[in-house]
Write a protein that binds this ligand. Structure first.
Ligand code: UDP
Length: 246
């Protein structure tokens, strides 16, 4: 079930439910889209109508971050749990129910997806990656990339070009792509390759992943101001609705 979080329609799913839905998408005929807004990206969507529309047309839109879940609680429309895009896409690569599915990776710097696939294959030798394309291509190379993907017909196409570019790319091309599930995965390829370290468990437990990212990648500071901005929007919304009710 989708919940409206400040205008963004987000599925109130658990990780297990998200995996089941993703699996069901791989059995569909037309391409289904999966998007993973966190609070940082959600705030971008509130300032970019085109992006907001695209997110709201997503077939599965998961709450990728404690910030989105906290905002949902502030506005009294609570989402049950955070479902990180990194965890969902990694689970798809490792879950036996997805064995036999074919994957295509589009995104990250040259060589990084190859490294990511090699690392995942160490513990998942059955993983079937049929193609890899780095994310630093020119606009006029897009059609050739789409032809390559379509020749390989992957069940699952992971697109890691960063938000909102990847969602716009997916939305523009999905009807011409021969894949069953197309998911925007942000920096997941970097994470899988070990190029960007994931926050240690203690940061995750205390919902402080943002702090770890900030320390490790200080150039993200500007973007990360979106997180408190999104929470402020939630507080303002809550105060407005309270006033209207009293
Ligand atoms: N990226 C890319 N092509 C570009 C710009 C970025 O493939 O033109 C990749 C980049 O190498 C990284 C990912 O997109 O792997 C963006 O990661 P980030 O963590 O910034 O994702 P976001 O938080 O924006 O979803």
């Amino acid at each position: 079930m989708k919940k409206d979080i400040l205008g963004i329609k987000i599925d109130d799913v658990t990780m297990e439910e998200a995996l089941e839905i993703a699996l069901s998408f791989t059995k569909c005929d037309s391409a289904k889209t999966v998007y993973t807004p966190n609070a940082e990206i959600a705030m971008v969507a509130l300032q970019d109508n085109e992006f907001l529309d695209i997110l709201n047309q997503g077939d599965l839109v998961i709450p990728d971050g404690a910030g989105v879940v906290l905002a949902s609680k502030i506005i009294n429309n609570p989402l049950r749990q955070k479902v990180a895009g990194f965890d969902l896409s990694s689970s798809m690569l490792k879950d036996p129910r997805f064995h036999g599915k074919t994957f295509f990776f589009l995104g990250a710097k040259p060589g990084v997806a190859e490294k990511a696939v090699d690392m995942v294959k160490v513990s998942n030798p059955n993983l079937q990656v049929v193609g890899i394309q780095h994310g630093y291509f020119k606009e006029d190379e897009t059609q050739q990339i789409i032809r390559t993907i379509n020749n390989l017909q992957p069940d699952i196409l992971f697109v890691g070009l960063g938000a909102p570019r990847q969602e716009k790319w997916i939305h523009t091309h999905k009807d011409h792509l021969n894949a069953k599930l197309i998911m925007g995965i942000g920096g997941t390829i970097d994470g899988l390759a070990g190029e960007v370290k994931r926050a240690p468990d203690v940061f995750v437990k205390w919902n402080l992943e943002w702090l770890y990212r900030l320390v490790k990648q200080p150039k993200r500071f500007g973007r990360m101001l979106n997180i408190p901005s999104f929470l402020c929007q939630a507080v303002r919304y809550r105060m407005k609705t309270k006033k209207q009710m009293s």
